[in-house]
Design a binder for this molecule. Structure first.
Ligand SMILES: [Zn+2]
Ligand SMILES: [Zn+2]
Length: 361
């Protein structure tokens, strides 16, 4: 089940608003699940499809952490943030399917082989690295499949046989009236196999702890808080089930001068009052180089100039712009002579001509 969150509006699927409470989401899901449950609509492929969709939507929106992640991904999608290549924001589990149904229909446990755990970790990168993209290595202490038994937990990976109670499915079914109940097979504890002789290395757990260095490609333009999903780099799944994913949350350090708003950069720049009054050309640093900005005569404090294309260029996207906001920085240590000149200027040219006159009309 590998699907792209960017293409799916789970809120619409469940018919709830974006700010719906968890309660409302659960209620909407239950109602739709009842209407579309395959057991109630035998042979109706439309209902089956719909049922899968609402289950997937609910498994994400019903989980606060996943919902947050989903919202974040969608928000980025809406601002056109794309091109994350093969390692980006996909979800592949609608693993809560049985769990949710348990809610409604009173199923027993979630039998079967489980997908590996999702791991989470954080990395810190500089402002420039976030702007240009960076490849970094994360040291991770993680659970891996035991290599001695290839994760089976059985000696040499061979000393097991298929469970003959569940025929290897890990689940048994029992019919109660209308519904068929799936239950974890008690003979093999849902594993599908029964171990005859335990692996000595992992004491039949099938897993080991290892230090691993995981390469992460951070795409250009990531913002603080972005979560990168590395499929299959999380905990090992049960034999035959996929490994979990690794979620890497990116923290981006702030910049000495630049502030950031999505792909745009914001820079505040002081002007001498003569530069503002008479006009001037000033040098503005950008991320890569510098550019010259023409300040027209009579520029007021707070005026913002846009320098096109000098913002951040997210991978595969048009770059943002650089916004330069100027403010007037008055001289603080005037010499006696400079002060005299300014006083002369005031007396000759500013008498009665206050920029605040409009306040007193
Ligand atoms: Zn079994
Ligand atoms: Zn082992």
């Amino acid at each position: 089940m590998s699907r792209d969150w960017l293409d799916k509006d789970f809120y619409a699927t469940l018919g709830v608003s974006k700010d719906a409470s968890t309660e409302e989401i659960k209620k909407a899901y239950k109602k739709l699940a009842r209407e579309n449950h395959p057991d109630l609509n035998p042979g109706d492929t439309e209902a089956e499809k719909k049922f899968k969709e609402i289950s997937e939507a609910s498994s994400v929106l019903g989980d606060e952490r996943k919902r947050q992640e989903y919202d974040q991904v969608r928000a980025m999608g809406a601002s056109g943030f794309g091109g994350f290549g093969g390692q980006g924001f996909n979800v592949d589990d609608f693993g809560d399917l049985f769990g949710n149904l348990g809610d409604i229909f009173g199923f027993g446990g979630s039998g079967g082989r489980r997908k590996g755990q999702t791991y989470q970790t954080n990395i810190n990168i500089s402002f420039d690295e976030a702007a240009k993209g960076v490849e970094t290595v994360i040291p991770l202490r993680k659970e891996v499949s035991c290599s001695a038994c290839r994760g089976t937990g059985a000696d040499k990976g061979e000393a097991f046989h298929r469970c003959n109670i569940c025929n290897g499915s890990g689940q048994t079914a029992s019919n109660q009236g209308f519904f068929s109940f799936a239950q974890t097979c008690s003979a093999c504890k849902g594993q599908g196999n029964v171990i005859d002789k335990a692996c000595k290395t992992c004491r039949s757990s099938g897993s080991a702890i290892e230090n691993e260095s995981i390469k992460v490609k951070v795409p250009a333009g990531v913002d603080n808080g972005t979560v990168i999903r590395l499929r299959g780099r999380g905990g090992p799944g049960d034999a035959g089930a996929p490994d979990g994913d690794l979620l890497v949350q990116v923290a981006v350090e702030s910049h000495k001068f630049f502030k950031r708003s999505n792909s745009d950069l914001i820079l505040e720049v002081p002007l001498l009052f003569t530069e503002a009054a008479l006009g001037s050309s000033i040098k503005i640093p950008t991320l890569e180089k510098s550019v010259t900005l023409k300040i027209p005569a009579g520029t007021p404090s707070g005026k913002t100039f846009k320098i096109k294309g000098e913002g951040i260029a997210p991978q595969g996207r048009r770059p943002g712009d650089l916004y330069v906001k100027v403010f007037i920085s008055p001289p603080t240590n005037l010499s006696r002579s400079a002060k005299k000149h300014l006083e002369n200027y005031r007396d000759q040219f500013e008498s009665g001509d206050s920029p605040r006159n409009y306040l007193y009309e």
